[in-house]
Design a protein around this ligand. Structure first.
Ligand SMILES: NC(=O)c1ccc[n+]([C@@H]2O[C@H](COP(=O)([O-])OP(=O)(O)OC[C@H]3O[C@@H](n4cnc5c(N)ncnc54)[C@H](OP(=O)(O)O)[C@@H]3O)[C@@H](O)[C@H]2O)c1
Length: 260
């Protein structure tokens, strides 16, 4: 783990996480490494990995996870979020890190696949929640392995979408602290641009490439989509440039890299 730089003024910040699964634990570890206090839920098996996270972690219930924190991250399977005590999130900034996966999320009665899922989430939340979509478009192992200090040349970008500029700015700060470059990606109405099936989803991109993709929906000049990785890149397990999009190319061995 190599998260963002912990700074004096960030120590003491806190975050709540609902869901201590694959995503929730990675986010918790990066937040702790940046000096945050973490409140995290464990519905079934308290202990084990959570205990090893250290003294700045409070394991709690979904109904009390929001106590004393400004930001709560939803990291449960999409089809489960309506079971949460959503009223407890009133007045908070809530990060929707969830994705709808048909194979995992069963058939949700009345599910509207034409509406961005964060808009659906927002309709179920108290009206004074400031909802932001973030932390959803890379896999937990990409998020685990690709966090970097701010000046690192291979620092990658995470998209942040939301309707409230103050809440978006706050989550941009959080994303920075977690070890990534935040890119403002627009409103919740357009947050399907970071959902499964989008060009951003699963793509390792630097911030300027991500902004370009969001602006014009295509890679910038000089960056080719679908170029096979070199043998050296495959051996190293990472492309030489910090732009890769297995999903966009539809092939895990095909990534963005600079056109020679
Ligand atoms: N995995 C990834 O790479 C990744 C990346 C980005 C976004 N996401 C999204 O993040 C969400 C979580 O994915 P995940 O892979 O972390 O799932 P996961 O490993 O299955 O963990 C889900 C967590 O949610 C908890 N949970 C489920 N229902 C709950 C409820 N009603 N109340 C409280 N806690 C509940 C589970 O606790 P119990 O096991 O104790 O029930 C578990 O700790 C999904 O929406 C996914 O699409 C995942």
């Amino acid at each position: 783990m190599n998260p963002g730089v912990p700074t004096e003024n960030r120590v003491g910040r806190s975050v709540g996480i609902i869901g201590a699964g694959r995503l929730g634990l990675v986010v918790a570890r990066h937040a702790l490494a940046s000096g945050y206090q973490v409140r995290i839920t464990a519905s079934a098996a308290p202990g084990r990995p959570l205990e090893r996270l250290g003294p700045r972690v409070t394991v709690t219930s979904p109904s009390s996870v929001a106590e004393g924190v400004e930001v709560v991250i939803l990291a449960v399977p999409f089809h489960r979020f309506r079971e949460l005590p959503l009223g407890c999130l009133a007045g908070h900034i809530v990060v929707d890190a969830m994705n709808h996966w048909p194979s995992v999320d069963e058939t949700i009665i009345g599910f509207d696949s034409t509406t961005p899922t964060s808009v659906l989430v927002g309709r179920a939340l108290p009206s004074d929640v400031l909802l932001v979509k973030a932390l959803n478009h890379l896999s937990y192992h990409q998020l685990r392995d690709r966090a970097r200090p701010p000046a690192a040349p291979d620092r990658i970008a995470l998209a942040v979408s939301g309707d409230d500029p103050g809440a978006v700015a706050r989550i941009e700060d959080l994303v920075t602290d977690l070890g990534f470059d935040p890119v403002a990606a627009g409103s919740l109405d357009s947050s399907d641009r970071q959902q499964p099936g989008s060009l951003l989803f699963g793509s390792i991109l630097d911030a300027s490439t991500m902004r370009h993709l969001l602006d014009i929906g295509a890679p910038p000049a000089g960056v080719g989509a679908g170029l096979p990785m070199s043998r050296r890149e495959r051996r190293a397990g990472t492309p030489t440039a910090c732009c890769e999009s297995p999903l966009a190319a539809g092939n895990p061995n095909v990534r963005f890299r600079p056109v020679p």
